[in-house]
Ligand binder design. Structure first.
Ligand code: LLP
Length: 412
């Protein structure tokens, strides 16, 4: 892990965070290139010689520099929109290493994906399959298809990020899949590519993954008996990270378990959070301290629009002082932002010693941090910086107030 204290000052790799704040201001997202590369390589190398492709889930962090770093070391990408596809291409990624997920691809998205030649479409319904077939017909191409099945397993994670249960909108029923594959097999404009599932996110126990795999393998056998030959199995993303000291999945053991079950079938994984989550932090400044008879509030300059996870999922991010020796008021603080919502908090009940003007780091915010940010309360989105050893570089400039309404005009 690249974020650590050196002489009581938090560093990213060998760069002191105060230097980044002086250079780029705050609030600020900071990513470690080293961590991103190491995290992806851990997945990639765990497969050894087994055929595989580790497709980074772009939604976790779609900054071009992040995608470029991953493209350079051979990553594939899991995309869910034309926006993500164009980002990957602009960052030097290759289309034939992209799997196109998502429940409702538009005709324009499908046409573009066919034009650039994505590896496959992960399809989530009969209607979507029909749409892809008709677009492929109209442009005279064959669309490579994986059906995303819903294995109906409980991922035991937050209900908002659980996707593999029957009550979720994702995937098709296992017993519907054969019909869809038979349709693909007989279509001039569709080809069978793979079989896909994704059961949820921030999963910290390997057993739901292996339960889902067993169900998918039963289906694979059934497809084989109908001469439907699957080129790859895509087991989705979802590997959890350590936010709060929780036990996480041993990636080598997870991948060994997969390999032991699948023979020579190529495996695709779609990790997002596990690649970038712990590789990023969010820096915010304490503006004011405000205590009443029951609560201590540290009002910081970052808010729910910059980092939504705490408000949206009640997610926990560790809070660390940038300067460990700074002395201030010791209390059990709630870190709240400047937005006019009671739900605007970044952390609750943290024992910290704080002064106005201190800087704090919210740890493990590299995934679903910036990508879920918004302009709510007309707040410009923050800058992003990448660090590598002793160097650092701005990878997204802070938005200006003019940027906020650049696309708007008065009604004439
Ligand atoms: N593949 C598919 C089809 C997905 O829907 C997702 C995430 C992934 C891969 C990547 O999952 P990961 O490896 O990152 O767990 N905003 C939430 C997480 C939403 C995840 C949505 N799908 C959060 O902040 O926790």
């Amino acid at each position: 892990m690249s974020f650590s204290y050196q002489n009581n000052t938090l560093h990213a790799d060998s760069v002191a965070i105060p230097e980044l704040v002086d250079t780029y201001g705050s609030p600020l997202y900071v990513y470690s290139r080293t961590d991103i590369e190491n995290n992806w390589r851990e997945f990639d190398q765990a497969f050894g010689t087994h055929p595989h492709l580790v497709c980074y889930a772009v939604k976790a962090n779609s900054n071009l520099a992040v995608l470029n770093v991953l493209a350079k070391i051979g990553a594939g990408f899991d995309i869910v929109s034309i926006g993500e596809l164009e980002r990957v291409l602009a960052a030097g990624g290759t289309a034939n290493k992209c799997v196109f997920s998502g429940v409702a691809k538009t005709a324009i998205e499908i046409e573009r994906a066919l034009e650039v030649g994505v590896r496959c479409f992960n399809v989530e319904s009969a209607s979507e399959l029909n749409r892809i077939e008709s677009v492929a017909r109209s442009v005279g191409k064959q669309a490579p298809i994986s059906i995303r099945v819903n294995p109906n397993v409980d991922a035991k994670t937050h209900p908002y990020i659980s996707t593999g249960l029957k009550e979720n909108k994702f995937g098709v029923d296992m017993n519907e899949a054969l019909d869809l594959y038979q349709h693909i097999q007989h279509s001039e404009h569709l080809t069978v590519q793979g079989l896909d599932c994704h059961i949820g996110s921030q999963i910290t126990d390997v057993s739901p993954f292996l339960d889902a795999l067993d169900k998918v393998l039963t289906l694979l056998d059934q497809l084989n008996t109908h001469n439907i030959n699957i080129q790859h199995l895509d087991l989705g993303g979802g590997v959890g990270i350590n936010y709060e000291g929780e036990e996480t999945i041993n990636i080598q053991a997870y991948i060994d378990a997969i390999i032991s079950k699948v023979g020579q079938t190529e495996i695709i994984l779609e990790p997002g959070r596990a690649i970038v989550g712990n590789a990023g932090i969010f820096i915010t400044k304490v503006e004011f301290l405000k205590q009443n008879s029951t609560h201590a509030f540290a009002i910081v300059n970052g808010a729910m629009n910059d980092l939504l996870r705490p408000s949206f999922y009640n997610a926990y991010h560790q809070v660390l002082p940038i300067n460990k020796t700074s002395t201030g008021t010791q209390a059990n603080w709630n870190l709240v932002g400047p937005i006019c919502e009671t739900g605007d908090f970044l952390a609750k009940n943290r024992d910290l010693s704080l002064s106005e003007g201190d800087y704090l780091a919210l740890m493990s915010t590299g995934a679903y941090g910036f990508t879920m940010s918004s302009n709510y309360n007309s707040r410009p989105r923050v800058a992003e910086v990448m660090v590598s050893n002793t160097s650092h570089q701005l990878i997204r400039k802070r938005e200006t107030v003019q940027d906020l309404f650049a696309g708007e005009c008065l009604y004439e």
